[in-house]
Ligand binder design. Structure first.
Ligand SMILES: [Zn+2]
Length: 278
């Protein structure tokens, strides 16, 4: 099993918007997906922004997300160049070999590529799905339902098992039953957000934490997102508990690499594909 990172474009925000108490200097950050190579095929963690983003942003209900993406986040994204499905061939991956995609949560910059992989199975936490499909109008927030609902996609709803504590988490779900990919709950940023621990054959462990925190500064300082950002994505009170749990884990298990979906240390501390971790 190998793990690599692909960025479906970049954003650029003042650090203080994403990390409470930090300076307001601008930081460029990736919109990451992870590609996991297994013998049976490829597994994605998140799908980033996809080929249909311009159409998806057009309806009135999505204009808030369009504004946030283009004006606040200054997203650099061109579908032909940056959508995951269009990047995979040059990296030596065939998009048709993607068998599964695990979604950390269903916000537009994570679920955007789902329809670009119509033949794979989507593994989604049941509470996240139920919350996302129930949202209407202004309550849609950072969700764009046409990215995932009523598109004939095959969705496997999963839940973590309270009988299976894992690391510092009270419940978990082993995706393929072999210990390689293990899902845990990291609620708050989204009601049913999940993270996934990737246990590589070398013993190296990556913990893909979604948007529990955006930047590593948050984890180091145990600093939540700015109040503005918490309001924009309507973060729940569980996000503080999740950050505390991740902070404790990072201290207790320093060899576990916690990587958020917008970790600006990629490239740098970790590299993008074609570099692969095994
Ligand atoms: Zn995100």
């Amino acid at each position: 099993m190998k793990l690599s990172f692909v960025s479906t474009g970049y954003g650029n925000v003042p650090l203080g918007l994403f990390v409470q108490g930090a300076k307001w200097k601008r930081v460029r950050f990736p919109i990451l997906c992870a590609v996991i190579e297994r013998e049976e095929g490829l597994v994605l963690f998140d799908t980033g922004i996809g080929t249909r983003i311009e159409e998806e942003f057009r309806p009135l209900g999505a204009r808030g997300n369009w504004f946030f993406s283009r004006v606040v986040m200054r997203t650099e994204f061109e579908p032909a160049r940056d959508a995951l499905v269009n990047q995979l061939p040059a990296l030596g991956f065939n998009p048709s070999e993607v068998t599964h995609a695990v979604l950390s949560h269903l916000h537009w910059d994570h679920a955007g590529g789902m329809r670009d992989f119509p033949h794979c199975r989507f593994i989604i936490n049941r509470p996240e799905w139920e919350d996302a499909v129930s949202r209407r109008g202004i309550n849609a927030g950072a969700y764009i339902r046409e990215q995932f609902e009523d598109q004939g996609l095959e969705v496997d709803l999963v839940s973590t098992d309270p009988g299976r504590p894992y690391l510092s988490f009270p419940a978990s779900h082993d995706v393929f039953g072999d210990g390689g990919l293990v899902i845990v709950d990291v609620p708050g940023h989204a009601v049913g957000q999940i993270g996934m621990v990737v246990n590589l054959p070398s013993g190296k462990r990556f913990f893909l934490t979604g948007d529990s925190f955006y930047f590593p500064d948050s984890l180091e300082m145990k600093a939540p997102k700015s109040r503005v950002m918490q309001a924009v994505v309507s973060e729940g009170p569980e996000s503080a508990e999740t950050l505390e749990r991740l902070w404790t884990l990072a201290k207790a298990e320093p060899d576990v690499e916690l990587v958020s979906s917008h970790d600006y240390r990629i490239p740098g501390r970790f590299e993008l594909a074609p570099v692969a971790y095994e």
